[in-house]
Design a protein around this ligand. Sequence first.
Ligand SMILES: [Zn+2]
Length: 111
Amino acid sequence: MMKYELIRDELIKKHKELEQRLKNTQKHINHEDGPPDPDFAEQAIERQNDDVVYGLNESARSEIMQIKKALERIDNNEYDLCLECGEQITIERLQVIPYTSLCVGCVDKKS
Ligand SMILES: [Zn+2]
């Protein structure tokens, strides 16, 4: 069994969830879930909702990117190596933030 098999499974699961969420919200944005409400006030609310949905989509997209990178890193056996300094990232940290690519020391330096 691979060292990070469990985390890998989690990441794949999360990735699927996010893809599904993106698909659903995209449908909403494209109004495939029904035509816009004929009422003008309702339309304004829908447009506001679209903005919110759009924002959620953006964050889901960037999360998907990070997950993809993490999966690549696992497959390349460099998952637990810090991108900045090459030191090992602790398993505790990876369990909390499975798609991190920096060790605690380097994150501290950046913030
Ligand atoms: Zn580091």
